[in-house]
Write a protein that binds this ligand. Structure first.
Ligand code: MN
Length: 243
């Protein structure tokens, strides 16, 4: 539910591999300008959906692209990645980040809402408050959630879903959070090529590592995890289609 197909060194080859493997992929973009080229990667594969995004780490640099965002939005089925980043190097841009996020949530409400892949690093509380305010913006999938146990409860109460990647399964805190999420709200992601394992960028099909990691946590076979997560995905798509 969250990878950056366009940022691999050979995007078309990765997209072709995904097709060959019959994988469902949510290919998120970090800028509205990247939308056109990135959606072309999915042109001949109905299982790959492209999400229109404006990454909070780029908000200060790309806020001029909000107009383009609004232009494309009616034709985009998914949105992401969007959100806020409270990491030290981005704190100086927190005002513009919030402005951009609010603009996007407002636009989302205007078009009737979308499934959103939401970034909330070191900012889960504020992100959840904004999502609460813009309650018609759509269905939020919190990607790589790193909030507190309290934030997590709030997110669950606000009907958020959670996409879990290999990185989350490597930390004690990540594992604790995963154990506190209802099993029917978890979806797999890799966040490749940004996210790495052993200094190598994760490929979309490394989502297997997620099944393996969750299987250990839940104490059930990997294949059962895979089918649970696939059912979850089906429910998400259904919910997105019928509100
Ligand atoms: Mn990402």
């Amino acid at each position: 539910m969250h990878c950056h197909l366009d940022l691999y060194s050979k995007p078309s080859e990765v997209a072709q591999q995904c097709s060959k493997r019959g994988m469902y992929v949510l290919s998120v973009t970090t800028t509205p300008k990247a939308w056109k080229g990135t959606s072309q990667l999915a042109a001949d594969n109905l299982r790959v959906s492209t999400a229109l995004g404006l990454h909070p780490q780029l908000a200060h640099d790309r806020f001029q692209e909000l107009e383009l965002f609004d232009e494309i939005l009616p034709s985009a089925g998914y949105v992401g990645e969007i959100g806020l980043d409270g990491g030290k190097s981005f704190l100086e841009h927190k005002d513009i980040q919030l402005k951009v996020f609010r603009h996007i949530l407002n636009s989302l409400q205007r078009v009737g809402g979308r499934v959103m892949s939401v970034h909330s690093r070191a900012s889960a509380g504020v992100v959840l408050s904004e999502l609460h305010k813009y309650s018609e913006a759509g269905l939020a999938i919190m990607h790589w959630f790193t909030g507190t146990a309290y934030d997590l409860k709030r997110a669950i109460n606000q009907n958020c879903w959670f996409s879990v990647g290999p990185a989350m399964l490597m930390t004690k805190r990540g594992k604790e959070l995963i154990m506190s999420v209802p099993r029917n709200l978890i979806l797999p992601e890799t966040d490749g090529p940004f996210a790495m394992q052993n200094n190598v960028s994760l490929m979309p099909w490394d989502v297997r590592n997620v099944y393996r990691g969750i299987a250990l946590l839940w104490g059930i076979p990997e294949t059962d995890v895979e089918s649970q997560l696939f059912d979850n995905f089906g429910n998400l798509v259904e919910k997105a289609a019928h509100g």
